[in-house]
Design a protein. Structure first.
Length: 322
């Protein structure tokens, strides 16, 4: 879920053409959960193959990633590793909310309330290790680089952007800004439901009148994946407290410094590869068609589009030397 800083951190509207030729470090789990929530049948049932395996995430990744590459964007998907200890409480609470939503979903389906069924179904999304493994295989067969983070994926994305190996981080959450990402791109859905926007960390901090450490304190007061926020304090009140130097006076029931250290001293992998590979048409066919019943024509068309996009990108790179 991440922290919600929408009320105090404005974003600038951009076009997909503004991202052409740029590498984006994409929070893989954030993206996959979007697909699991949105790609569903009218009663909320996710897309599944003949064996009952969920395929919503594979369909979404194939379609969106192919189109991003066709637009000249170079995606790098970053997967989460082991979460910090402080996050387990949040994950447990999410699991309970999903269990309750599943009960409401079943009840709504049984009563024929399809709108409610779809609403509750979107809150039940779960990822298994097999689903994650298939997602990694899919991206590799598409020639898209995959990076494994030691812990939080957004922290790894931020580090890659700071290293200059990615131009920006792409995620719906604001957490990558707290981890130091110089740019955050939101709305990378291609669906038209969300406007494409960008936040530049330096501009955001200057506009708010705080340092990155101050923005982290704002987030902690509001509530993050690693702590519950302070009751009655939203982003605007939190910002006022930080600007007024009043943070230390606010009573909290968690270790403020420990949460702060997660954002300031988070582990990341230094050894990673953002170079893309070639399209493995056979691998894609085996995984999607033979393994999950995807249309051969759909997969063949995606392969052709990817190969054409890679050729175009390669030609632009070569002509850039002359």
């Amino acid at each position: 879920m991440g922290v919600n800083l929408r009320d105090i951190v404005p974003e600038k509207r951009i076009e997909f053409s503004d991202l052409a030729g740029k590498t984006l470090a994409i929070d893989a789990l954030n993206t996959i959960y979007q697909f699991l929530a949105s790609i569903r049948q009218p009663d909320g049932t996710p897309l599944m193959d003949a064996k009952g395996n969920v395929t919503s995430h594979l369909s979404g990744l194939l379609y969106r990633t192919t189109n991003l590459i066709r637009l000249g964007i170079r995606p790098v998907y970053v997967f989460d590793g082991k979460p910090p200890e402080l996050k387990y409480r949040t994950l447990k609470a999410r699991g309970e909310r999903k269990r309750q939503a599943h009960e409401e979903w079943e009840r709504a389906k049984a009563e024929g309330r399809l709108d409610d069924a779809l609403k509750y179904a979107k809150r039940t999304s779960k990822l298994t290790e097999e689903m994650l493994a298939d997602a990694r295989k899919l991206l590799a067969f598409m020639g898209v680089p995959v990076v494994q983070a030691p812990s939080e994926g957004e922290a790894q994305c931020a580090r890659m952007a700071l290293n200059g190996d990615a131009w920006a981080v792409a995620s719906q959450d604001y957490d990558s800004l707290l981890f130091g990402a110089p740019r955050l791109v939101r709305g990378l859905t291609l669906s038209g439901k969300l406007e494409l926007g960008m936040i530049t960390l330096g501009e955001a901090l200057a506009g708010l009148g705080v340092t990155r450490e101050g923005l982290i304190d704002v987030a902690i007061l509001v509530g993050t994946d690693f702590n519950e926020g302070v009751h009655g304090i939203g982003p605007k009140k939190a910002l006022k407290a930080v600007l007024g130097g009043k943070v230390a006076e606010i009573p909290v029931d968690f270790d403020f410094e420990e949460v702060r250290r997660i954002f300031l001293e988070h582990p990341y992998a230094a050894d990673y590869d953002v170079g893309g590979g070639a399209v493995d048409a056979g691998g894609l066919s085996e995984l999607l068609c033979a393994g999950h019943g995807f249309s051969q024509e759909r997969v063949r068309r995606a392969c052709l589009e990817l190969e054409a996009a890679y050729r175009t990108a390669s030609q632009k790179t070569l002509t850039g030397w002359f």
